[in-house]
Design a protein. Sequence first.
Length: 247
Amino acid sequence: MEWNSILYDKKHDFVAEYGKGLLEFIPDNKEQTILDLGCGTGTLTAQLVNLGSKVMGVDSSQNMIDKAKEQFSGIEFRVCDALDLPFEKEWDVVFSNAVFHWIDDHNALVKNIHKALKPNGLLVCEFGANGNIATIENAFAKAYKELGYDYRPKFNFPTAESFGNILTDNGFVIDNICDYDRPTILKDAEQGLANWMKQFFASELAVMPEEMQTVVFERAAELARASLWNGKEWVADYRRLRAVAHI
């Protein structure tokens, strides 16, 4: 899926805003090196610059990296696959916010991160937990299938226990791991849910005409309204998994 960086920054800036809470888990050491894995448009990478001597942002999306370079010209950004990181014992901290649920193979991911970290290196991450956006995804899938399209789940939302096992199996010592509910208000009132689907189901929507996309948005909203509409705004049923671990 190619990301719409403009839509992402304008309508889904809550992703980076909530990610700021992760920064408190970064050690107070201005000499450390920090890799922002899945940096998006660079909002959090720019804040990490204050916490280390060398900071780099990497993302698999060229569109996101182009936007990050445009916004933060003094920071190094690279297009990079999280499952093929070109680093070995190079980073003191690997930081990642709202990324790992897009990656199917968490074992390969964690193995790559371990390879990229220096001895005693630290992983600080947060992403979608088991049950994340279940109501939204189920509503979208039903609306999509009613129009004759085949929806295949693409997210990887693990439990804290299963992800913790992957960490320990790959040589990490867990300092903190938990999952929790985080209901999230979507911008633009009635249009909030459609905006969210346009961004995060972009690849599914790309195969259908625009008028059919509108039908999907309307039907999904109908199905999700009782659970997620509070009378003024859509409140997405987010669940997050946060992990801090070292090698």
